[in-house]
Write a protein that binds this ligand. Structure first.
Ligand SMILES: Nc1ncnc2c1ncn2[C@@H]1O[C@H](COP(=O)(O)OP(=O)(O)OP(=O)(O)O)[C@@H](O)[C@H]1O
Ligand SMILES: [Mg+2]
Length: 1120
């Protein structure tokens, strides 16, 4: 056996042996479902147990049959294995291989560490528990294949591998990429390289991967001996990253369809850098960086999409890189008045007074730099200037003099398709007088020309030659930029290569020019501009302006424009405003994702509300009433003829998956923090955008819980999460804090807590994520099973608090719900919490709920004002609230929920509990896949919203329940009869509140029939039924007792009866609204039936009243 070691800081070893070669041969001979043994393997087998056949002409053997071991034999073998002392030892140290932990010799440990992938080492170094190592991550995979010639000796191979390893690692390491796996075969070798592993995500990952691939090809081809071919396949997508295999031999690797695809691309498109469509799109590079490749059948891959070859910047394109998009390719530019104003003022000063100026617009990825520059270029042209535009890309940083070449080439008009002579002629003509003839040859490499090189220059040593080159370039730039050729626009000026920069920077500060550029923060060049702009001697000449995020009104306007509609639902507007943070690119990506996943519906004109008196019609009209109209809808209405957009009824925006592009941006942000902090965030993300420390502590593994206070503090310091402050929270919440039970929170809920504060176990408080995108990205990192486990824990914790508040006397929102539908067995037990802890948790949940409600009902800070000022909100908003009378209005005797109770005690907290307990419970159960339980909590939500007089939200929750019910039907999941009845009963109430009397009757009747209570349809039927009910009433003596039932059964019965009386009460009310004699008759009948049911119920209630777990019966609709 030969052991080849390759690499320096990270090492990979390859084993070459006869036995391995044999196995490889055996593998190649095996077809599907066959086992083929190599000769060496056969020698080691218990041959009497296996029947084999020699494969023709080979030494390998095909297995025909095997003696099966009995169960006890297998157990024996497993037992022997278990007894192995080392195994037990490994268990004690959480399955980590002993060598690294135990090696007391640091040099040995350091040497061994070289064989562990960097991503795994990062997790080990931070002591991230092993079971939390795995993630579902978007990464970019590169499969690199090196094919050596047949004559390559073992020594060549050894050298080749070692060098290749070094080259690849060096190329990838600036981008935090790593070689994850290397495989040796016959005369070649394959490397699986990955960018974007845990803690290593950077923005522009696909560009890094593609550029790295090109560099690997060129450097390996140039420096490896006997190398015949290099092929690279690049793909982007979400894969499983983490530990695979038995804990004893676990491997830290990546697995997924995209990894396989990269391997296939490498094989099927040899000698090139090929990539999939996702990488092509994610790079956002101009199309000319790629060539589309012909389709070919890729083994094991269905529908791979378009495949491209990455060619990078070709010579042909070197001269031709102006702004990639024309003004007409973009939609209208919104909300950039300040930026345009500055441009116009500076241009006037330049025109009139010859004042030189450099305008630098600084913005993060997707903030609209290119779009703005395109607009400014257009305005410059409109003012009759010649405008020279250049767009730099990241690849330009590594190309010496690329910025100068492009600027000068575009200014002087050097063409891509020109011959070398043409270019020479142009250069000579335009630069005449600016530089000496003899110096033209110094420009040869830069402009790909061939001016004759005079002896004087040929004989020059390196340093003076460089000096000459510097001087010549400076003169060329001075001539070019000095006003004669117009206005210069440089997009992505932070990508100016160092060679160009050294020459350009002094020229920019001295020459009279007018230049507009865009810069991204966090780059060296950007810093230079900032410094210069702050310097009093330069501030006249250089202005730096940050591109602000778009105002909420502009986001709505943009969404309407991009979708080609006049209005969008308020929920969609809020979703876009919150998720995009006003960054236009994010906004576009979110919309694109929603459209691609078919989540939006479009229609023209208004819905005829009266015509469609069904549930769907009601939902549609409610949603429509909450629409936001674009500020410019009046002007654009003509174009899109009143088209409106709605969200598909079964879609919940809160649970939509992030678009891959935004996920990458968020993860790059997340990966700036340590892995332990990320782990805490991942748990918090499961809870939701706002979370309480009690719940977080409940779901965190013990080893992390101990550090929770510290980690939360650091995360707050990093501005990733924030403690909810006293100011800015609604009055109710402040009241809640004032109570004695909340004193603990009052301190912690305000400013960042001081470290000196002695935590009891963990600090109590409520925190919120600063950016929703980050939470969602963290949430999506979870592998499904692990996430479900944590969600189960969350649900168990929350279920303890899933009841009405104290001032409403507790109990389920659907009366006796928990008795009618027993809790499932799979619910996690939430033990050990004392009553006092529960009270603190409750208080914290109230605070969290208030915040969540605020987030749900308000668009972010100042947006409402901004929108109203610009009249982006339509008056419909106001009408919408009129259209949905709250539960209390005319239909119930309930006092207003927000009113203070008598004696000035705390007011109702149910509203907050809906947001922080009931809604999350439904969400958790949906995610866990427990549909009946999710349905249960959706009903609780709907009932709770009715309880707090919010019919609109009750409608929305019932709509969600409807979608869930439909999906349960598809999977043949049975729905409890009581649940079904409650569903229709709640629908009836909502319809009633929204003035849909006919529909309400239909729903309530359906509920009653499900509750096994017949309500007649005809007058005759009503007459007969009235007689019967009167007779029943007479029979029902007040002290008549029903046969005693077990408490559980009694309460279940009570739940049914309560639901029946609720329906009867509602039905009576609905008939009374008719105002006809028939209506009155039905109404009286309903009252009679209700009275009888009430009477029967009383006895059960009496028995229950002294039970410890007494639950309140919610007030019914008051009908006389
Ligand atoms: N002010 C705006 N109004 C409307 N749409 C805009 C605005 N700014 C940018 N957009 C749109 O957002 C998208 C991203 O903009 P753009 O490409 O200009 O961003 P960028 O800052 O140049 O991104 P990058 O950092 O990747 O270069 C484009 O489709 C553009 O049309
Ligand atoms: Mg751009």
């Amino acid at each position: 056996m030969t052991l080849l070691t390759a690499g320096d800081r990270e090492q990979h070893y390859f084993i070459c042996s006869q036995a391995l070669d044999e196995v490889m041969e055996a593998q190649s001979l095996a077809v599907k479902s066959e086992v083929v043994l190599s000769p060496t393997c056969w020698e080691l087998c218990e041959q009497e147990q296996i029947q084999t056949k020699l494969l023709g002409g080979k030494r390998s053997l095909k297995v025909l049959r095997m003696e099966h071991r009995s169960g006890s034999e297998r157990q024996d073998a497993a037992g022997r294995f278990d007894q192995h002392a080392k195994m037990r030892h490994l268990e004690r140290i959480r399955h980590r291989r002993p060598a690294l932990i135990m090696s007391s010799d640091p040099t040995v440990a350091a040497r061994l560490k070289k064989h562990i992938p960097a991503a795994a080492l990062r997790k080990m170094d931070e002591d991230v528990p092993l079971h939390l190592w795995s993630e579902l991550r978007p990464v970019t995979s590169l499969f690199v294949q090196l094919q050596f010639s047949a004559e390559a000796s073992l020594l060549d191979l050894r050298r080749g591998l070692s060098n290749a390893n070094r080259i690849i690692s060096a190329i990838l390491s600036p981008h935090k990429g790593e070689i994850n796996k290397s495989l040796l075969f016959d005369k070649g070798c394959t490397f699986l390289c990955v960018l974007g592993l845990s803690g290593a995500k950077l923005q522009h990952e696909s560009i890094h991967a593609l550029e790295s691939a090109l560099q690997i090809v060129s450097m390996c081809s140039a420096s490896l001996r006997k190398l015949e071919a290099v092929s690279v396949g690049v793909t982007s997508g979400t894969v499983f990253c983490g530990l695979c295999g038995h804990p004893e031999r676990a491997e830290h690797t990546v697995i997924g369809h995209k990894v396989n695809l990269a391997a296939r691309l490498m094989v099927h498109y040899p000698r090139l850098v090929s990539c999939d469509e996702a990488t092509y799109t994610a790079s956002r590079l101009p199309g000319y960086f790629f060539k589309e490749l012909p389709e070919t059948k890729l083994k094991g891959v269905t529908n791979p999409g378009h495949i491209y070859q990455y060619v990078g910047i070709t010579e042909k394109r070197i001269f031709d890189m102006g702004l990639t998009k024309e003004r007409s390719d973009y939609g209208p530019l919104l909300g950039r008045e300040v930026e345009i104003d500055l441009f116009e003022r500076s241009l006037k000063a330049y025109e009139a007074l010859g004042q030189p100026h450099i305008l630098a617009y600084v913005g993060i990825l997707g903030s609209g730099k290119s779009h703005l520059l395109t607009e400014l270029a257009f305005l410059g042209q409109a003012a009759r200037h010649r405008v020279v535009t250049v767009e730099l890309t990241e690849a330009n940083v590594r190309q010496p003099f690329s910025a100068i070449r492009m600027l000068v080439a575009r200014a002087l008009g050097l063409q891509a398709g020109e011959t070398c002579e043409d270019r020479q002629r142009t250069l000579q003509a335009k630069l005449q007088g600016a530089i000496e003839e003899s110096r033209y040859c110094l420009l040869n490499d830069i402009f790909l020309v061939k001016f004759a090189i005079p002896d004087k220059i040929r004989k020059m040593h390196d340093t003076p030659r460089k000096r000459e080159l510097h001087l010549t370039c400076t003169q060329v730039l001075q001539k070019t930029l000095g006003g004669e050729f117009g206005i210069f626009v440089i997009d992505n000026a932070h990508f100016i290569d160092p060679a160009s920069w050294i020459i350009m920077w002094p020229v920019l500060q001295s020459v009279t020019l007018f230049m507009v550029m865009s810069l991204a923060p966090g780059h060296e060049r950007t810093e230079s501009f900032f410094k210069a702009a702050a310097d009093s001697t330069m501030s006249q000449r250089i202005s730096c302006l940050h591109l602000e995020e778009l105002k909420p009104a502009a986001v709505v306007q943009k969404a309407c424009r991009d979708l080609g509609v006049v209005s969008i639902p308020r929920d969609l507007a809020r979703f876009l405003i919150q998720r995009s943070s006003g960054i236009p690119y994010y906004c576009e990506e979110l919309l694109r994702c929603l459209r691609c996943n078919n989540m939006l519906l479009f229609r023209t004109g208004r819905q005829d509300k009266e015509a469609e008196d069904d549930w769907e019609g009601l939902v549609a009209s409610a949603v429509e009433a909450s629409h936001l109209v674009s500020a410019t809808s009046s002007s654009s209405a003509g174009n899109n003829s009143g088209r409106v957009c709605t969200i598909r009824p079964d879609v919940s925006l809160e649970t939509t998956v992030l678009p891959a592009t935004l996920k990458e941006i968020a993860l790059a942000e997340l990966d700036r923090i340590t892995l332990m902090k990320q782990t805490v965030l991942k748990f918090a993300a499961i809870i939701g955008p706002v979370f309480t420390t009690q719940l977080l502590a409940h779901i965190l593994p013990t080893c992390i819980r101990q550090q929770m206070n510290y980690l939360l503090d650091v995360l707050v310091g990093d501005n990733i999460i924030k403690w909810l402050k006293n100011t800015g929270v609604p009055r109710d919440v402040q009241d809640a804090r004032e109570g004695p039970a909340t004193s603990q929170q009052a301190g912690s809920g305000a400013e960042r807590p001081s470290m000196s504060e002695e935590p009891t176990e963990w600090r109590a408080g409520v925190l919120a994520f600063c950016a929703p995108l980050l939470r969602e990205a963290a949430y999506e990192l979870w592998p499904e099973r692990q996430r479900a486990n944590a969600q189960r824990k969350c649900a168990a914790f929350l279920e303890k608090h899933a009841h009405k508040c104290r001032s409403c006397h507790g109990g389920d929102f659907v009366a006796f719900h928990r008795f009618a539908v027993p809790s499932p067995q799979d619910g996690e037990d939430c033990q050990g919490s004392a009553d006092e802890d529960d009270w603190h948790s409750w208080e914290a949940l109230v605070l969290a709920g208030e915040q969540l409600k605020k987030d749900r009902t308000h668009t972010p800070e100042g947006s409402a004002n901004a929108l109203q000022q610009q009249q982006a909100f339509s008056e419909e908003e106001l009408r919408a609230s009129e259209r949905f009378p709250p539960e209390g209005e005319g239909t119930t005797a309930q006092p207003s929920r927000t009113e203070e109770k008598e004696g000035g005690e705390c007011s109702c907290k149910c509203e907050a509990i809906i947001e922080s307990v009931l809604v999350p419970l439904a969400r958790h159960y949906v995610a866990i896949g427990n549909a009946p339980r999710a349905f249960y909590y959706l009903l609780e939500c709907a009932a709770a919203y009715l309880h707090v007089s919010n019919s609109y939200m009750a409608l929305m929750k019932l709509n969600e329940a409807e979608a869930l019910r439909n999906s349960m039907e598809k999977t043949a999941t049975a729905l409890d009869c009581f649940e079904e009845a409650t569903f229709f009963s709640l629908k009836g109430e909502v319809c009633c509140n929204l003035g849909r009397v006919k529909l309400a009757k239909k729903m309530t009747r359906r509920a009653l029939s499900l509750l096994k209570k017949r309500f007649p349809q005809t007058r005759a039927g009503a007459f007969v039924k009235s007689l019967w009910e009167r007779f029943q009433g007479a029979l029902c003596a007040p002290n008549r007792r029903t046969p005693s039932l077990p408490p559980e059964a009694r309460r279940k019965k009570l739940a049914w009866k309560l639901q029946q009386t609720r329906c009867l009460s509602l039905l009576g009310h609905l008939y009374s609204l008719e105002g006809t004699s028939g209506g009155r008759r039905f109404s009286r009948l309903a009252a009679l039936m209700k009275a009888n049911t009430d009477r029967r119920m009383d006895s059960a209630r009496e028995e229950d009243s002294h039970s410890a777990n007494c639950l309140c019966i919610p007030p019914l609709l008051s009908v006389s």
